[in-house]
Design a protein around this ligand. Structure first.
Ligand code: RUQ
Ligand code: CUA
Length: 661
């Protein structure tokens, strides 16, 4: 009875606290804009932005690309969700990209992005993205802005602490948010959480020549939640850091039950040592099933393979490479400053920000300055690793980025503000309101060794009154601040697509000159390519009809097709013969399950169509490609099942050649 009372009181007081915190509003409601702000974000028509900003799409499963400082939306890159705009996930070539061990999934939740790095600086080659729901990591090629690879992560659930990469993109690392039962018997009572559940951290090896991902090994950890992570750099190069919550190991009402302890952990992993253990055969090979999907830019085709093995390492059985550092109040972000010395933990419910020192951490580990262990993993004493605490920074710290000039910028969800503080003396230097409830922050290069500085972008959860009302749901929103001076200056609001979480930015020069303009038709190795109109043809194989069709301004070849029957599987393999920048053609056929596919110049792309009734069906180009785009059309005649209408096809054939019966 007493227990129940104190429990419900606790529940009540936490609820009151949260309601009280949630009602905090920025003081400066008007968000005064200086007169010069417009000039700073104005990019004249025809001029380029200075930075690319890659922004996660949250629940839309995509990545969007904005120009900074203008805030102009440049592109949406489909990653974990089908994309009606260009046929990603609908075309036969891209369908395998969305395969998983659970079958094909058309939609996921995308939270965090990380640019590939060389020497701790973005190199403009690849962008990594996580799928939060069904754990996967994707690699986007920044020459084509296409998703080129997706690797599923077994033994993981809620791939939130992901994807973060080491200084030379040796690994992309992903920690599981939810611990789950792992191994042969997973049908266990939920109340067996402490006994039967495990967390995992996956190390994905990246092939530096082509970016190919492979699951190198997984760490088996105690059953806690991993929230975010970041790699060390410089002196801390060999280490990876993960924020952990639910050290209480609750499996129900985490809101209360996972907020009991004063401190959770940051987990420090020496990945170089882990590699050594793997080399010395200390890993255990486990069975599991996970999909590995690769898109090939030469065949313009994706394949999906199911992998069946994963190497695991158990840190409670192997010494000296995993440690816990106590960190107050359910830390969310863990961010490492450009020097690699300072580790910033952001406790969502904490009233201060602890900053740990890598040097002190190493000394503490060497001296075994421990506060016992947590399930076989040593816990370093808080004070021994602590550099200092930022006092009264704000309410609800989430994420920190750096400007490379000795300053850190932390987002505060509850008090709706960005706070700039000094890494040296941990003094607050400036604070500016956000509109409203900021989540992530991005400074170009802001989590690397050499931030480019200049701007800070805040990604807000709530937009409220910032834009014209659009019904109950409003766009999420980003805000751009100039951080080149002592004080931050708000320059611009711009709406975003989906819900932005982490974002990354880099100077446009690192990408724009390598951007592919079209695919060379002579290099097209698609099995159903048509390299010229003379090669266009229609081939029947049983009930499958393969249409080798070309598009060029402003016609298809063939554009008249007869001899298709109800119940046939018709594959339109459309090759876009154009060899010119920005001239895609689209392809659509009436009654198809999909609106269209969009084919880039030099590419081949396939739309599958199963006609369900006799008739004559128009086909047309969906992308306004030329003055005679509306003339870019044709017809497919469909006869009843079993009919013997002969197969005839062509473009501009004499009537006598087509209409024989
Ligand atoms: S987490 S705020 Cu995925 Cu911070 Cu979004
Ligand atoms: Cu091709 Cu419109």
């Amino acid at each position: 009875m007493i227990h129940l009372n104190s429990y419900s009181m606790r529940l009540c007081s936490i609820a009151v606290l949260i309601i009280a915190l949630a009602s905090c509003k920025p003081r400066n409601e008007a968000g005064a804009i200086n007169a010069g702000a417009a000039e700073k974000v104005y990019v004249a028509p025809g001029k380029y932005d200075e930075f690319y900003n890659f922004v996660s799409g949250g629940f839309n499963g995509q990545v969007s690309v904005y120009g900074i400082p203008s805030g102009r939306l440049l592109k949406i890159i489909p990653v974990f969700s089908v994309m009606p705009e260009n046929g990603y996930g609908y075309s036969e070539e891209t369908k395998p990209m969305l395969e998983t061990s659970h079958g094909s999934l058309p939609w996921d939740d995308q939270h965090h992005l990380e640019l590939s790095q060389k020497d701790g600086t973005p190199d403009g080659r690849w962008l990594f993205a996580n799928a939060n729901n069904t754990p996967r990591v994707a690699r986007i090629n920044l020459a084509t802005f296409k998703t080129e690879e997706i690797l599923e992560l077994p033994n993981s659930a809620g791939n939130h602490s992901s994807p973060f990469c080491t200084e030379n993109t040796e690994y992309v690392v992903a920690g599981t948010r939810f611990s789950v039962p792992i191994g042969d018997n997973q049908d266990v009572p939920i109340t067996d959480y402490k006994k039967s559940f495990n967390g995992t951290v996956s190390f994905i090896k990246i092939d530096s020549s082509n970016g190919r991902m492979s699951l190198a090994f997984q760490l088996l950890t105690p059953a806690i939640n991993f929230d975010l992570s970041h790699a060390g750099k410089g002196p801390s190069h060999d280490w990876f850091f993960f924020s952990c919550y639910n050290v209480e190991q609750a499996h129900t009402l985490l809101e209360v039950n996972a907020s009991q302890r004063d401190k959770d952990f940051i987990m420090a992993v020496n990945w170089k040592k882990a590699e050594e253990f793997i080399r010395n055969n200390k890993g255990t090979l486990k069975n599991s099933r996970y999909a590995h999907n690769v898109y090939n830019e030469t065949t313009h085709n994706a394949t999906s393979t199911i992998e069946t093995k994963v190497l695991t390492l158990d840190p409670s059985q192997l010494n000296d490479f995993v440690y816990f550092i106590p960190c107050p109040k359910s830390p969310h972000g863990v961010d490492i400053d450009p020097s690699g010395e300072y580790i910033v933990g952001s406790g969502k419910l904490a009233a201060l920000i602890p900053v740990f020192s890598f040097t002190k951490l190493m000394t503490a580990i060497e001296k075994k300055d421990f506060d016992g262990d947590y399930q076989g993993i040593p816990v370093v004493k808080y004070e021994s690793a602590l550099y200092g605490e930022v006092q009264k920074p704000g309410l609800g710290p989430l994420h920190t980025e750096f400007d490379g000039k000795g300053n850190a910028y932390t987002s505060f969800f509850v008090s709706s503000e960005v706070v700039k503080w000094s890494l040296k003396d941990l003094k607050v230097l400036d604070r500016k309101p956000t509109y409203y409830s900021v989540g992530h922050l991005c400074i170009p290069g802001g989590d690397t060794k050499h931030p480019f500085g200049k701007y800070l972008i805040a990604y807000n959860k709530i937009t409220k009154d910032r834009y014209l009302p659009t019904g109950p749901e409003l766009a999420q929103s980003a805000q751009l601040y100039d951080i080149s001076g002592d004080k931050m200056e708000l320059l611009l609001d711009f709406p975003t697509v989906g819900e932005p979480h982490y974002a990354q930015a880099l100077p446009a020069d690192l990408i724009k000159n390598n951007s592919v303009k079209y695919f060379k038709i002579e290099e097209n190795k698609h099995p159903y390519v048509t390299k010229g109109e003379k090669e266009a043809k229609v081939v029947r194989e049983g009930n499958k009809v393969h249409v080798y069709i070309t598009s060029i301004r402003s016609h298809f070849t063939p554009d008249n097709i007869e001899g298709v029957r109800v119940g046939d599987e018709v594959y339109f393999h459309v090759t876009n013969l154009e060899q010119d920048w920005d001239i895609p053609h689209g392809f659509a056929v009436k009654g198809a399950a999909n609106a269209e596919i969009l084919i880039m110049p030099g590419e081949t792309c396939t739309l599958k169509w199963v006609p369900d009734a006799e008739g004559v069906y128009p086909i047309y180009c969906t992308d306004f490609c030329s003055a005679l785009h509306q003339e870019m059309q044709g017809y497919v005649r469909v006869s009843k099942a079993g009919a013997n209408t002969p197969l005839k096809y062509g473009t501009n054939l004499p009537d006598s050649a087509v209409a024989k019966n």
